[in-house]
Design a protein around this ligand. Sequence first.
Ligand SMILES: [Zn+2]
Ligand SMILES: [Zn+2]
Length: 314
Amino acid sequence: MPIARASIFVQAWEAVVSFFSWVGSLFGICGSTLTLTNKTDVKDKKLPYGNSSVTVTGTITSTNGNITNVYAAIINTATNDELYPKSTNPRSTTFNLGTWDSAIKFSQLAVGSYKFVVKAKNADGEVTLQDDPFEVVGAAVTTPTPDASAAKARNKTSGKNSNIFQWPLTQNFTLGCPYGKHTCTWPSHNTSHTGRDVKSPPSIGGAAVTAMADGVIQQVYKWEEHNNGVDARGNFVIVRHTIGGIEYWTLYQHLSSRNSATDVMPGDEGKTIKKGQQIGRVGHTGSGDGDHLHFEVGVGIYPNGREEPMNYFN
Ligand SMILES: [Zn+2]
Ligand SMILES: [Zn+2]
């Protein structure tokens, strides 16, 4: 091929390459400036219930400045519940999810369908780096029937405490909306209400909210740092309990901003907590018309087996 023709060919080829890289830059088809390698291997998998071999892995790399936010969570695809949501600002061009997040525990998931989501943000904006569906299968999580002694303990309770659970507040209160579908001023309660509300008067704003039984902290949700604080649940904490051989969980919502040394903090997941130990304080984060505690009780593994909490306090 004559030199002149070869040179025209090269120039034409360069023009083609340059055109496609320009189109690519417009649509991002030549690759994002954020990438995730060595990601958590769950895509389309059926994980056995109780599986403890899956841990969070992955390295996020930014080729355009620092990574300014990383978010990871397991989403229950049936309820859209976010489980173990975590976010952070790494202020660096690489970030290792594995060293950051030991709190996302695949072993604690009930049987069901989920997806594992990882998002990251840099100067180019936020990118979803992983959105992988998976299932937890195997022995169905049944709701255990409390044994006779537990049932008896419920019935013989008097006042505010049962032998199973201790009332989560130590000061006077007014009961609010009951558990379950009912008619009230909150439209969503016409469909369902997943817990029991306890409200003022007398004022319970700032009152200590305490663990209803010995347990292990499952999730600490810091509302202000997540979704810009739009989650209706506000700050919340979920605790797992094993009482008389039966698994229970309790959840405490709308807690005030955490700034007391005695409050449970994000990162406390997996730590033990004693009955009566402070979890947080009554607040009005999330939805609601004032300070109130919304708390939930379930038998089994969250979010299974929800019950009217007052069943334990008659
Ligand atoms: Zn209501
Ligand atoms: Zn409520």
